[in-house]
Design a binder for this molecule. Structure first.
Ligand code: COA
Length: 178
């Protein structure tokens, strides 16, 4: 990725070429190439892509889906501030990947910021974003942005949307809104 490259983030559609996408994670690449558009069509998830404004190349993507979490599965300091409803509405950032060529240039954090902003703007109540980190490195990436491991979970992390909004000012979100 050259310093002059700029990206816009938009919903996945048939105009996006997914065939050559390669993030270094075979399951994520396979999902993006073979499954993502099916999930969108069936309303299982939404998928957003970072598109190079000059070339149209897809530099990264993420998926979002509605989910919920049992109140007591949240960290106690967060749960204690909430009404004692049994479950809390959540958004699942199911997948996030940046193409190898574009990694390390801020695109992953831009996509994460975009996911948090879109979630905060939805007209349905969403208290918290959940992510499943695929390995230690991914976990560290999410922890940089305030996600914390849920009690008793190995790789599932959470970040309240309100907390994220307070932090977004410090995040790099350089892309144009669609
Ligand atoms: C993880 C991933 C999405 C990060 O995207 P990226 O565009 O390379 O990340 P950024 O350039 O936005 O990095 C933002 C910050 O996170 C840090 N970071 C990036 N990847 C990291 C990692 N694997 N571990 C720890 N920190 C990481 C960067 O050093 C950077 O910090 P800085 O601002 O102080 O320099 C990308 O590397 C990727 O797609 N990896 C393969 C798939 C994957 O692991 N997906 C995670 C979901 S399970």
């Amino acid at each position: 990725m050259r310093a002059t490259e700029s990206f816009r983030i938009e919903p996945l559609s048939s105009v996006h070429d997914r065939s050559g996408f390669s993030s270094g994670s075979a399951p994520l690449d396979r999902y993006f190439r073979e499954q993502a558009s099916q999930d969108v069509k069936r309303r299982i998830a939404t998928c957003f892509v970072a598109v190079n404004a000059q070339t149209g190349e897809v530099g990264g993507f993420y998926t979002l889906a509605a989910t919920s979490i049992v109140l007591d599965a949240l960290t106690p300091d967060i749960a204690k501030k909430l009404p004692r409803y049994p479950v809390v509405p959540a958004a699942l950032l199911g997948r996030l990947a940046v193409s190898g060529r574009c990694q390390g240039k801020g695109l992953g954090s831009a996509l994460l910021g975009d996911a948090l902003i879109r979630t905060s703007r939805t007209e349905i109540g969403v208290f918290v974003m959940l992510v499943d980190a695929k390995d230690d490195a991914a976990q560290r990436f999410y922890e940089r942005y305030g996600f914390s491991l849920l009690p008793g979970e190995v790789r599932r992390l959470s970040l309240p949307i309100a907390t994220a909004l307070r932090q977004l000012a410090t995040m790099h979100v350089p892309t144009k809104r669609p």
